[in-house]
Design a protein around this ligand. Structure first.
Ligand SMILES: [Zn+2]
Length: 287
């Protein structure tokens, strides 16, 4: 257990996105004693070919709550409609309001490049909200009371299938070994029965669960190649390190034994150290 409990928020567009992107890492942080919050901007009301938007919204809200219970996380829904996430003034204020309510120390969200617009818009709204939340004159429903004075640490998960819209591979900065947490991750995803059953009927196999397992296996293979040890399943991330955002890598600080870096990231880290900043990476590839 850690001496100081931190609040971690993971934000996805749809109710099952956080599970797929990063729930293994969230389980690892929770095991250390950190407080975990999960949010979806929408309730995925277009995620059915049979049920009405209202019916599927009700079902998926229930599933999301159940999944968050597996993680012992608090679930938040930001009230957007499916396929209606846009980078406009009202949306920025709504997501900033969510950030102020939760007041996280660290945030994980979608990759800025992903296969669909909802994910990319969520990524940019969350990035903006991390910056805007501590600006007192920026008005939102949740107000400014109790909001953080610091921009939280921000991480992007891998896009769907690890590729951008041109099919080009998106290389993460580092991998987190989740081999020992895959069972919990699968249990959490399985709570989203409406999506699982729909894909099972459509594909004739348990594609919902299998595709996630395949993706985490492929990330584990790359982490194994780099580290020289067997990593069955991994999740992978890039950190937002632009101006004003905190750029020391706190995931590596907390999960040091489980983290493996890409060589390009190690070079970037050397440059970071040369600027007189705190080192992010300790050894060759295992950090
Ligand atoms: Zn999604």
């Amino acid at each position: 257990m850690v001496s100081e409990i931190k609040r971690v928020l993971a934000v996805g567009s749809h109710p099952d996105d956080v599970e797929i992107m990063c729930s293994g890492t969230l389980f690892a942080l929770h095991q250390l004693g950190h407080e975990v919050h999960v949010a979806s901007l929408t309730l995925g009301d277009c995620g059915s070919v049979k049920l009405s938007a209202e019916e599927i919204r009700r079902i998926r809200h229930h599933e999301a709550m159940k999944a968050s219970e597996v993680l012992d996380a608090t679930y938040h829904h930001a009230g957007f409609d499916d396929l209606c996430i846009f980078n406009d003034d009202n949306s920025n204020r709504r997501v900033t309001s969510l950030l102020r309510e939760v007041d996280p120390w660290m945030v994980i969200t979608h990759s800025p490049n992903d296969y669909m617009s909802d994910h990319e818009m969520t990524s940019i709204l969350v990035r903006n909200a991390c910056f805007y939340a501590s600006i007192p004159n920026y008005e939102t429903k949740a107000g400014v009371a109790g909001c953080t004075l610091n921009i939280p640490y921000l991480y992007y998960a891998q896009p769907m299938e690890g590729i951008d819209i041109f099919g080009k591979k998106v290389t993460p900065q580092f991998y987190v070994d989740i081999s020992g947490l895959m069972q919990q991750k699968l249990e959490m995803l399985a709570c989203h029965e409406s999506q699982r059953n729909w894909l099972r009927a459509h594909h004739g196999m348990d594609e919902y669960i299998d595709s996630m397992r395949r993706f985490n296996t492929s990330l584990g293979q790359r982490a194994s190649e780099l580290s020289g040890r067997l990593i069955t399943y991994a999740e992978a991330f890039r950190q937002h390190r632009g101006h004003a955002y905190p750029d020391d890598n706190v995931i590596t600080t907390f999960l040091r034994e489980s983290v493996t870096a890409e060589p390009a990231y190690l070079i970037a880290d050397t440059n970071h150290k040369e600027k007189g900043l705190e080192p992010i990476v300790a050894t060759k590839n295992s950090i």
